[in-house]
Ligand binder design. Structure first.
Ligand SMILES: NC(=O)c1ccc[n+]([C@@H]2O[C@H](COP(=O)([O-])OP(=O)(O)OC[C@H]3O[C@@H](n4cnc5c(N)ncnc54)[C@H](O)[C@@H]3O)[C@@H](O)[C@H]2O)c1
Length: 371
């Protein structure tokens, strides 16, 4: 138990770090935490709702650690920097809120896990959808048998991204950067949550055997998937299929179909809406913030919702995706470009990811003209 007010530092204060700065501002004002330092290699972005004020600013995380002695370090830097920064923070005595994906390979996972065990610190991974109360309600319904025996979990996500998305950072849309695999594609980045959520709902078991993977790209200028599906069976015998696109005409936020022998549940993971078997309408649930959960873990020993161990199977999936070659380019005949900052649309991609998630089929098994 550590009842001190947590001293929090952020490494990677721009980009997604801005989200963390917004998230902690009301907690800071309420006196629930102290913001002791911000670190970024670039100039820190100012915003009226989250003024830097007299918060110490650093461009080197080692100096931040030495000067501020934080209790918790939030790390929202690009993935290849996660292992060294998180290791240094834990060796300095801090717990870590590490953005997803925590690391890029099982080797890196083992190194980070060892530092966590050796230092006795906590690592919360930024898979924020795991904090959903809909997730807990679904697990409870499964535990009391409302779905029967769990057979399959499928996720469908269909979003759009304009050309400017692939200019947002030097690693956007790249397979590797500075010799490190990064694979900034739909599966590895925006839909990382879809895979982690499916693996957790399927029981947090490791996958048994091969991961089947089909990745496609609809833009010449990128080296990664914008449309992809993977499938695997876990050691609990549950089939997991994740099918996503950034080229869908119709938006699917992230629909998870959870099929058991007695019924099917539907869970929209980004919005915390859940429909259990026998219900006509989905119910809206709330969410526990993962930083609050980490603070309660320190203060009162509450279990971590998204501890590093839980991300191990996800890391195996990510490693498979990252090591895959540059995906096949879809024939232009199936593509449309729309808007001033154009999005690329792939014919029927939304219906295809939905069908894959519901049936547990890969694109190549769905008789698609581009599959
Ligand atoms: N949880 C989510 O839903 C979610 C959403 C978006 C991004 N992310 C994750 O957040 C992380 C950051 O993503 P991003 O899109 O903001 O990336 P980004 O490339 O914009 O980098 C974020 C910031 O880190 C800084 N930075 C880079 N190397 C640094 C270093 N060594 N020390 C200090 N600062 C450094 C950059 O200057 C930048 O300001 C990634 O892991 C990403 O996957 C998570």
């Amino acid at each position: 138990m550590d009842l001190r007010i947590p001293r929090i530092a952020i490494v990677g204060a721009n980009g997604y770090g801005l989200h963390h700065r917004h998230n902690i501002e009301p907690k800071r004002r309420a006196g629930a935490l102290e913001l002791v330092g911000l670190c970024d290699t670039a100039e820190i972005v100012e915003s009226p709702d989250i003024p830097v004020g007299d918060t110490p600013v650093f461009d080197d995380y080692q100096r931040l650690l030495e000067a501020t002695d934080p209790h918790i370090v939030i790390i929202a830097t690009p993935p290849p920097t996660h292992l060294p920064i998180a290791s240094a923070a834990m060796r300095h005595g801090a717990d870590v809120y590490l953005e997803k994906p925590p690391v890029a390979s099982l080797d890196e996972y083992e190194l980070l896990y060892d530092v966590m065990v050796e230092t006795g610190r906590a690592v919360q991974v930024g898979f924020q959808a795991l904090g959903s109360h809909a997730f807990n309600a679904l697990r409870e319904a499964m535990e009391i048998g409302r779905l029967g025996t769990l057979e399959a979990v499928g996720v469908a996500g269909s979003w759009q991204r304009p050309d400017s998305y692939y200019r947002r950072s030097p690693w956007a849309g790249k397979r590797e950067a500075n010799g490190t695999l990064i694979a900034d594609g739909a599966l590895a980045n925006p839909f990382a949550h879809a895979s982690q959520e499916a693996l957790a709902i399927a029981g947090d078991w490791p996958l048994d055997g091969e991961i089947e993977l089909e990745r496609l790209r609809c833009r010449e200028g990128i080296e990664v998937d914008d449309t992809a599906v993977w499938r695997g069976v876990n050691k609990g015998g549950v089939s997991v299929t994740v099918a996503v696109t950034l080229c869908g005409e119709r938006k699917l936020e992230g629909d998870i179909y959870v099929r058991g022998t007695e019924g099917e549940a539907w869970f929209e993971y980004p919005t915390d809406r859940l429909r259990l078997p026998g219900e006509d309408e989905p119910k809206q649930y709330g969410r526990t913030d993962l930083l609050d959960n980490l603070m309660l873990h320190r203060q009162r020993g509450v279990g971590l919702i998204s501890g590093l161990r839980r991300a191990k199977t996800f890391t195996r999936v990510l490693e498979r995706v990252l090591n895959d070659p540059v995906p096949r380019l879809v024939d232009e005949a199936h593509l449309k470009r729309v808007g001033d900052d154009p999005v690329t649309l792939l014919d029927g991609a939304d219906a295809a990811v939905e069908a894959a998630a519901r049936s547990g089929k890969l694109f190549s098994e769905l008789s698609l003209p581009w599959g």
